[in-house]
Design a protein around this ligand. Sequence first.
Ligand code: ADP
Length: 244
Amino acid sequence: MAETGIGPASRPLVEAVGLTRVYGEGETATVAVDGATFAIAEGEFLALIGQSGSGKSTLLNMLGLLDTPTAGSLRYQGDGVSGLPKAERAQLRNQLIGFVFQFHHLLPEFTVLENVLMPALVAGARPAEVRDRAIETLELLGIVGLEDKNANQLSGGQKQRVAIARALLNRPAIVLADEPTGNLDTTNTEAVYDLFRTINRELGTAFLIVTHDRSVAQRTDRIIEIRDGKIIGDVRNEYLTGGS
Ligand code: ADP
């Protein structure tokens, strides 16, 4: 492993400077994220690690434009996002960011295709416009043919693939994955990791993967470590290049 520098592109995908989030006030205040400064380049594939309570979710929520920092600045593709009105932030989030969680949050009574299309339809897309892209995405993830099944008929691994397809529908610049393999066995963990890699290579999507799983973290290109809200490590992983 070697020290990492700022991403190679002159304009990083993400640029966080002194990003801070304090919950509560006065004596009961908790500094959940404390002055996080880092950049993520377009197409980077990295892990965020840290113990429970270290600030990972809080950081992810800010990067995902789901929460606003108390202090510091956040830029996406050069543009500041912290001060944007709620509706604009939501729009930007919809365009730029895909989310994958530990639990897939699929709607069990709806079909795979409906689940994949749902966020796009809620955001105002016309079904005909996004249907082909949804099928293409299912193909990419190796689950084409399942589109008419109900989500509750799928295996755990298949459900997570559908959740990944849903996250990719709008072709986000980055996927923020919060313990995406935390609920899966070893075989499915490997499969999800491989899929992320494939998507990263084929679509150029950046990935930030929050994980407790050292074997997953060690196979990313870079590991950021957080402790007590502070970034205590940011190293480039030299494993890889040519690996799966
Ligand atoms: P992690 O994801 O690494 O487990 P979190 O970001 O959830 O860590 O939490 C970081 C710190 O912030 C913890 O001390 C946690 O108790 C606190 N915290 C998280 N969310 C809230 C909240 N909504 N209100 C108050 N404190 C919170």
